[in-house]
Design a protein around this ligand. Sequence first.
Ligand SMILES: C[S@@+](CC[C@H](N)C(=O)[O-])C[C@H]1O[C@@H](n2cnc3c(N)ncnc32)[C@H](O)[C@@H]1O
Length: 410
Amino acid sequence: MAEHPAYPVGLRLTGRRVVVLGGGQVAQRRLPALIAAGADIHLVSPEATPSVEAMADAGEITWHRRPYAEGDLAQAWYALIATSDTDANTRASAEAEAHRVWCVRSDDADAATAWTPATGSSEGVTVAVLTTKARGRDPRHTAAIRDAVVEGLRDGTLVAPHHRTRTPGVALVGGGPGDPDLITVRGRRLLAEADVVIADRLGPRDLLAELPPHVEVIDAAKIPYGRFMAQEAINNALIEHARQGKSVVRLKGGDPYVFGRGMEELQALAEAGIPCTVVPGISSSISVPGAAGIPVTHRGVAHEFTVVSGHVAPDDERSLVDWPSLAKLTGTLVVLMGVDKIGRIAETLVAHGRSPDTPVALVQEGTTAAQRRVDATLATVAETVVAQEVKPPAVIVIGEVVAVGPRGTA
Ligand SMILES: C[S@@+](CC[C@H](N)C(=O)[O-])C[C@H]1O[C@@H](n2cnc3c(N)ncnc32)[C@H](O)[C@@H]1O
């Protein structure tokens, strides 16, 4: 007999009875999607995995703690047969057939009347990949195709222009600390849709090289002590391009709201009546120490971490940081923009009670190919920075956490 291809369909299961036989790994994998579909799920199984049990405890499914019995499928719209007892599976699928209930079988795809596709979602679209015929089914292959499509849609490498609703206005995107893989999926997608990108020096610069030629890339480089594009000029550029109806991405290093002036830009856009989306990013304050093998907290060592800006010295009247109080804390201190002032910062911390032996690490260009870690103590850090020629951007970590990991674990 000729083998016909399966007919793909989307079941709308909200409030409809779905019977699942067997509470093992197969059920555990399939149940979340059935729950998400709003199905009235009845699990029939003497045992269940802890995760499946948790779903029953949470009231997401109704669990009948017994083996399959004739009649279980009578009221079902759809069934998943996945017990470890082949005989029970066969009897259950005969019952499903008799009641015209579509059923999947984990142990025998040939005997099933339905197959579960490999699925994934992106932006309100479900991608379902189904092998055409039972013979030669290769679930890994279908899963790989699903992954390729979903990942492509998410990161923007697979663009479906006619179906994509472009985000109007400006997106303030936190690009992460520098490694192009450390931007969020949403940030990556918005970047792929952009007409104009206004980028900082910090953040995932490599991603800019991948943008198609029609995308205008504007350098908003705020290089410390070097070239400087005034914040107002950046705000104006954002507003101007958005007013031309373009999709504008403001690509920032780390997270837009951690010493990133994100709120200033958002306020300027709001005043100009331009819609603005903010996409969080992985901040260098946590990820750069991590990339150099330093956890900002560690059980029994540090129960807190404080992130401070070191761009003005402790005795500078513009400083909003209470350094004497910070010196009394026992946890981790993470200093951003502090390379130039670290000598004065270390002095102040020691003067107010922090031990001069407190370990310090400076992590320069974290998560990039040029990453470099230099270790010191509060007593030696000023001379070490000079001797080792540590340059911004660097994250400075002060505290016992610096010493917990084996060096070079990053
Ligand atoms: C203006 S702040 C912006 C911080 C950013 N919004 C964040 O969340 O990471 C710039 C400072 O962040 C730190 N920084 C950012 N990226 C870094 C990296 N890849 N390596 C070391 N330090 C970095 C440096 O201290 C730098 O001077």
